[in-house]
Design a protein around this ligand. Structure first.
Ligand SMILES: [Zn+2]
Length: 486
């Protein structure tokens, strides 16, 4: 977290626009829940906009404010609500989803200026203007404390068994875990309270026999499932993030999917029922710990459609573009991970155009546990060559239990071994949207340099694509196995 500097010294200023710009005379005061807020810098008017320092204001309502200087990004968290804005960029992320602002945040005279109404309203504050007293009247949200879990239910459907936790508001974050001996699967729901405190739901399905829940500590609700078998659940959030689902596939579905199990019992059928090519694939990969099989890996094939990405040229003629190469590798990576029993989703599986921000947004909406972006590199000159993995450990990923940097190291090790390209190491890249707008740990693989003639010769081969995909799959499985042990 070194790249992240809490806004201690920095003076953050908010821009008032819209209705208030017309009233550009006299001092402006701020009122929060009936109390005047004194700020270290008086509100000012510039270019017809009222600018107000807001750090004191946000912190006096209990919000956490982070300034990530290299990404030029401010994140405000109040209760379970999170607003992230970037300098000179009108696109904000609210609870992981894209929202457009009328005015982008700017730096003026070295000060970060952020639209106050946008930020506060998305933190669920009420914002009003009293023109007579020239006061901005802010009412902090009723429930800026933990989200209340209103009920926990169990449901069986055709495809599986589901545990459903409903909340009074959005859920901030969750962390799934699984234990051996006896086998248990569970999740912690953070910044949440459950007034009923303790309860048990008995079930008699083949996957688990009971669901227990309790207030684990002041602001964490824990749900534990007592398993009959080594099967991990998958955690999903509703679109409004106010409902958490823990989904378990029915055992027969899991077998058909060909999951390997390490229970060395009596059940060779699982292995036998794997299609031949999947069996071959699984044999070249490390065995995936069953406890990590529910972690969702979002695979992002870089570029696509109208965006070809970098091109490789021979004698000035284009022979390959990233768009196609990345997609081929991503499809193969997905196949490999599936054969190992991992849960995966491809953000694109065909040649379509996707905006840069839609990639992290999609991973956020899917509540993915890991985002892996498949790219290849290019430089201005023909000299740079080799393989590297980019990462950024942003605010809020602490609860995931593994860092982007750790994942990057697992990936890089396998990529260098398997592709034989030069080891350029792992690189901290705070400014890349895929890394800093995603809520989960995320890495970008840059396989080789299309601009380097030697790398390009290697990258044009089918062996390279296979090596890249196998290495990435191994790196991901190693990361997941290490995660499961924690
Ligand atoms: Zn690229």
């Amino acid at each position: 977290m070194k790249a992240i500097i809490r806004i201690a010294a920095a003076v953050i200023i908010l821009i008032f626009c819209a209705a208030w710009t017309a009233f550009a005379d006299g001092p402006i005061s701020l009122q929060l829940d009936g109390q005047t807020v004194n700020t270290d810098v008086a509100p000012i008017i510039e270019n017809g906009r009222t600018l107000v320092p807001y750090r004191a204001l946000l912190e006096s309502m209990g919000a956490e404010v982070f300034w990530e200087s290299k990404a030029e990004m401010a994140t405000a968290i109040l209760g379970s609500h999170r607003v992230q804005v970037t300098i000179n960029n009108a696109t904000a992320f609210v609870n992981g989803s894209i929202k457009e602002m009328d005015v982008p945040p700017r730096i003026i005279d070295g000060r970060t200026m952020i639209p106050l109404r946008f930020v506060l309203e998305n933190l669920k504050c009420d914002v009003n203007w009293n023109n007579d007293s020239r006061t901005v009247i802010i009412t902090s949200p009723q429930n800026e404390g933990p989200t209340e879990v209103t009920k926990i239910e169990y449901e069986e459907t055709e495809s599986g068994y589901h545990i459903i936790a409903s909340g009074s508001d959005v859920f901030k974050s969750t962390r799934a875990f699984a234990y051996k001996e006896p086998e248990r699967y569970g999740i912690d729901i953070f910044n949440a309270v459950f007034p009923d405190k303790v309860g048990t739901i008995l079930t008699d399905n083949e996957v688990f026999n009971s669901i227990r829940y309790s207030q684990f500590n002041d602001d964490t609700v824990r749900i534990v499932v007592d398993l009959n078998d080594k099967v991990a659940g998958r955690v999903r959030l509703s679109d409004d993030r106010a409902t958490v689902f823990i989904d378990f596939e029915k055992a027969v579905t899991a077998i058909n999917r060909g999951e390997r199990r390490d229970d060395d019992s009596n059940d060779p059928i699982n292995w036998k029922e794997l299609p031949d090519e999947d069996k071959d694939d699984a044999a070249i990969l490390p065995e995936l710990d069953w406890r990590a099989t529910g972690k969702l890996i979002a695979i992002d094939a870089g570029h696509g459609g109208k965006d070809p990405g970098a091109a490789g040229k021979i004698n000035g003629r284009e022979v390959i573009v990233e768009r196609d190469l990345n997609l081929a590798i991503a499809l193969r990576l997905n196949q490999l991970l599936s054969s190992a029993g991992a849960s995966t989703v491809l953000l694109r599986d065909s040649d379509i155009t996707m905006s840069l921000y839609s990639r992290p947004e999609a991973a956020n909406a899917l509540n993915a546990d890991l985002l892996i972006s498949v790219h290849n590199n290019s430089a201005e000159t023909a000299t740079p060559n080799g393989t590297e993995v980019l990462y950024y450990d942003k605010v809020g990923t602490e609860s995931y239990g593994i860092t982007s940097k750790e994942v990057a190291a697992f990936m890089q090790k396998e990529l260098v071994l398997e592709t034989g390209l030069k080891d350029r190491g792992i690189i901290n890249c705070p400014h890349l949207a895929v890394l800093n707008k995603s809520l989960m740990p995320a890495v970008i693989i840059e396989g080789g340099f299309l601009s380097n003639p030697d790398d390009l010769q290697v990258m044009l081969t089918d062996e390279f694509k296979e090596a890249y995909a196998v290495a990435a799959a191994r790196g991901i499985i190693n990361a997941l196995n290490s995660w499961a042990e924690r």
